[in-house]
Write a protein of this length. Structure first.
Lengths: 388, 388
């Protein structure tokens, strides 16, 4: 597996910025490549752009089949002609985050070196933050000649980027829809991320992060990380409904099932193993480490001694905050903290808690209330913005 | 590390049963050794015995320092002279579960073989169930000449054993206190256990379960399992209160911290790593696999098509069910299922939900309401039982 160059399928939409970026850690990262996908047409006035920010393991393929897995775009239910985010009307942009592994600069990208023998950054890739991700996105938005985004939206880590956009570039964000997210990453979420990282480090194929030298990937560790994370994306109710205590035959002749009674395994085990094994084929372990760290560092009030209002003082952005009742990873209580912080600076805020038993993943699943909420808010905001 | 023989410190209280046990899976396990600790004195009428059942990673050292870690007994707050479980009055027994690694027969025990060259069972140890654990405990209780236990109590997996005792030997259980437990293991809990197991399998030192042959233990995988489980034992509130987003200096010169910003790590990360690394020194990986499987199989209504009442029909046992408000691993909703099932067969049931932000671990921590509940119920039940 050649991980030293970007695969050709990733080259269809990307821009290289040779001057790169000064990162929050003080490191000057250059060059910076930004891979993205767009849908719809930018209006002559360039006022109809919607930026969609993806989550930890998402990518820019929001409304088209994934080039590696062939699966439909992760929000193809919401983004397209006539859909709540209507590509007949809006110009939709989705950008692979800095630190990612689908074409934007990240740990798998070649590290510039004087003698021309390029190898990947690997674990030497500098620590990045949500702010760095947003700064990289802004390079592309500026490059496109867009001075104001009509809307920025995203779920989970995507929602963190939405908040960072609204705080860092308030004049550039007309409307913001942070979904299933929080104004800072909680101790519990940091804890889960840390276990993910330790699972990757524990893999014999990790090789101190230089696994490409051994033509290997830390697949088992990454799968364990994904399996655990996947549980946190669901809810007890959803797991009971989908799997309960149903059993199925266990695969024979494998070490992975010792101690199984009657050669059976629970369906939920089989499901999780499948989730783990398919994930490692499309995601880079060093990217997983880099991005989970970025999430952990996220705290929109960090510069203001934890005051969550100050970053939004004087904002004219219209906010629509969405949470899901059964989401225990980014619970409604955290969305409420955000709503109250915005209220304290008299921001224009709607706050919708959607009743769902699907857990955190509800933002990615068939949840008609979410579709209706986004359609209504986008349509209303477009009227105020006087978008044709 | 010689794992083929029980260490001598484990030999101070144990009984060998050469005829062993017929396990639920149909395997005849023999011999069976039962390691235990007792506190207080058995009355001449043998009517003052209290059996305490331990949880997944607990053991028989309930009220005295642990021989490996030197830490106080896991319930020394509750068990002792003048304490809620008063050893001046009661004869307290705590037994290492079948499948454990502190002296009772388990995967680390020598497997009988015709040619006398003993090696540990390892992953060939038969799958066991909570019922098997209780049957092994009953061997010892019979051996002690005790025909009725005044009380059986325990938290988490200990609570599962309490329910199994009350269902299998109702005439032997005067009072039962299942704490922070459930009548069956939920899909979410099975899912977490499965990730634990996969983390162990992914460790290069696992060697297909025959790690003793390599003088190794799958320490990193077991630590990952423990770290993840530990998160589930706490609550979001407890983690926020204990750690929040506080940071500390990260250890230098280790691969375990790439991508750290400013050389810092979150305190919750440091705490979890400590939890993981201390655990592996005292617990056997194959025992962890065996016991988590036993928990997954637990469903007190399995033989009655999920009817949770039937196992308790006609019971005279007095039940005191305890749950904790912030326990999301064994939530109050599951305790309530149990209480309703017992109500349907007109059992004598108290049900107490204790308000606590400490999560599942509350049953092991300083929780005065739990102490009061147990003291009150035990004292009241002792009056009915006419214990001197």
């Amino acid at each position: 597996m050649d991980q030293t160059v970007s695969a050709s399928y990733l080259s269809h939409q990307h821009v290289a910025f040779p001057d790169g970026l000064m990162l929050e850690c003080g490191f000057h990262l250059a060059p910076v490549e930004v891979a993205y996908r767009t849908y719809g047409t930018l209006s002559p006035r360039r006022d109809n752009a919607i930026l969609i920010c993806h989550a930890l393991t998402g990518d820019q393929y929001v409304a088209e089949p994934h080039p590696l897995t062939g699966k439909p775009g992760w929000w193809s239910r919401l983004v397209g002609p006539g859909l709540p985010i209507d590509t007949d009307r809006f110009f939709v942009i989705c950008i692979n985050v800095l630190g990612g592994c689908m074409g934007s600069t990240g740990p798998r990208s070649p590290r510039p070196c004087p003698d021309g023998r390029c190898e990947p950054w690997g674990t030497d890739f500098p620590p990045i933050t949500i702010r760095d991700m947003v700064q990289a996105q802004k390079l592309l938005i500026d490059h496109m000649g867009i001075t104001r985004l009509f809307a920025v939206l995203g779920g989970s880590m995507g929602g963190m980027q939405v908040l960072e956009w609204a705080a860092a570039f308030p004049e550039m964000v007309f409307a913001a829809i942070p979904i299933a997210t929080a104004p800072f990453h909680s101790a519990q979420n940091i804890a889960f991320n840390e276990v993910s990282r330790q699972a990757i480090f524990a893999d014999p194929q990790w090789y101190g992060g230089r696994y490409w030298e051994h033509d290997a990937i830390p697949a088992r560790g990454l799968a364990v990380a994904r399996m655990m994370a996947h549980i946190t994306y669901l809810s007890e109710e959803a797991l009971n409904r989908k799997f309960g205590r149903r059993v199925r035959s266990a695969p024979q002749g494998t070490e992975a099932n010792p101690g199984s009674l009657f050669g059976e395994m629970f369906e939920v085990e089989s499901y999780l193993r499948h989730q783990g094994s398919t994930f490692v084929r499309r995601f880079d372990a060093n990217s997983y480490l880099t991005i989970t760290r970025a999430m952990d560092y996220f705290d929109i009030g960090a510069e203001y001694e934890g005051d969550l209002s100050r970053p939004f003082r004087g904002t004219h952005t219209r906010f629509c905050i969405v949470s899901f009742s059964s989401d225990w990873l980014f619970p409604t209580s955290q969305a409420r903290l955000l709503a109250r912080a915005l209220n304290r600076v008299a921001a224009n805020v709607s706050f919708v808690e959607i009743d769902s038993d699907k857990g955190h993943d509800a933002f990615l699943l068939d949840e008609p209330d979410l579709d209706r909420t986004i359609r209504g808010f986008v349509a209303g905001a477009a009227e105020y913005a006087r978008i044709a």
